[in-house]
Design a protein around this ligand. Structure first.
Ligand SMILES: [Zn+2]
Ligand SMILES: [Zn+2]
Length: 344
């Protein structure tokens, strides 16, 4: 009798112990937050228009705008050249052709997970084409307003500073303004937001400080107001603009206001694609991502003939004439042609 009770107590004790161990195992298997990877921002040179590809430190990919229709191939090839097949977030800042024109082609070419738009439609063919592609892929549109979040974690956030209202008179002011915070670094992509939206952002409680600013509306004079620039106080300002465009972008007044806040200006019409990389502590600027070493190279170019080969090709140039590329796009951007026998 007495022995039976001890056995019973022992069994209960053992069960308790096992349950506790099981709980321990469960908490142990949740992986710790790990941001060893970098935040990579590609301001793709799409001529007059906008397209920013962001490789987030958690491995996800966001595309903010897709350039104009005439840039659609460039955008798709650029993204494919990075080995990307899935885009987690597409943000269509506002329904103007120079921002959404390339997006239908992007949606056709990649697996898309989520798509964000402001509460503003347009009676245009290009907008209808975009809606059609979204429908074909059974995607649902998330309507964005200021303070909405995509990612909200300690040290890593992707969220929206605008639009703060839905009664603006100009389509540009409906632009989704995206902010990404990664540890000590942050970045704002301002779409085509103009003065009215900037005033609303300045008057909001949102933190506008960012070390990188994709300048609003291609450097147009009705964006980048003094009050907004003072709040953002960017170290680097990127202007996405076409050479000799019909709008005279970027406007002289904007460039003056930017230099007043002591920011460094980089323009796609002057330097082409612009890539910024952050490890969470500081940004580094790369005009292009060059592999540099044979270990990282997928393609090997011949400096004399300007032809590039796959790594495994049996007609590789001599070591001293080799140059290394990670992607076909990168090789082509540097003026190299593919060797027909080994590339694709
Ligand atoms: Zn616009
Ligand atoms: Zn625009």
């Amino acid at each position: 009798m007495k022995r039976g009770r001890i056995n019973l107590l022992l069994t209960i004790f053992l069960i308790l112990l096992l349950t506790m161990a099981a709980c321990d195992i469960a908490t142990d298997t949740i992986p710790p937050k790990d941001y060893h990877s970098e935040l990579v921002v590609h301001f793709i040179d799409v001529g007059q228009g906008d397209s920013t590809l962001v490789q987030l430190p958690n491995g996800e990919v966001a595309l903010i705008d897709g350039g104009a229709r005439n840039a659609k191939d460039k955008v798709v090839e650029y993204i494919k050249g990075l080995g990307i097949e899935e885009i987690d977030y597409i943000i269509a800042t506002h329904p103007h052709e120079d921002h959404i024109g390339g997006l239908p082609h992007v949606i056709r070419n990649f697996i898309i997970h989520k798509i964000y738009m402001p509460n503003r439609t347009a009676n245009t063919l290009v907008f209808e084409e975009l809606l059609l592609e979204i429908e074909k892929k059974n995607l649902k549109i998330d309507i964005v307003k200021a303070e909405d979040y995509i990612i909200d974690e300690e040290g890593f956030k992707v969220y929206f500073l605008a639009p703060n209202r839905d009664d603006y008179s100009q389509t540009n002011d409906f632009s989704i303004v995206t902010k990404i915070d990664y540890l000590k670094n942050s970045l704002i992509i301002a779409g085509d937001a103009e003065e009215s939206s900037e005033i609303d952002m300045v008057n909001s409680n949102l933190d506008l400080r960012a070390d990188l600013l994709r300048v609003g509306h291609h450097g147009g004079r009705s964006s980048s107001t003094e009050g907004f620039l003072n709040k953002v106080n960017p170290k680097y300002s990127i202007i996405s603009v076409g050479r000799d465009n019909n709008y005279g972008h970027p406007h002289e007044e904007t460039l003056e206001r930017l230099s007043k806040v002591g920011t460094e200006i980089l323009r796609t019409d002057q330097v082409g694609d612009i890539v910024f990389v952050s490890d969470g502590q500081k940004w580094r600027y790369e005009s292009k991502i060059t592999a540099g070493s044979i270990e990282e190279a997928t393609y090997i170019g011949n400096k004399n003939t300007k032809v590039f080969h796959s790594r495994g090709c049996n007609s590789l140039p001599d070591k001293e004439n080799q140059i290394y590329f990670k992607t076909i796009l990168e090789a082509e951007k540097n003026g190299y042609r593919p060797h027909k026998n080994c590339v694709k």
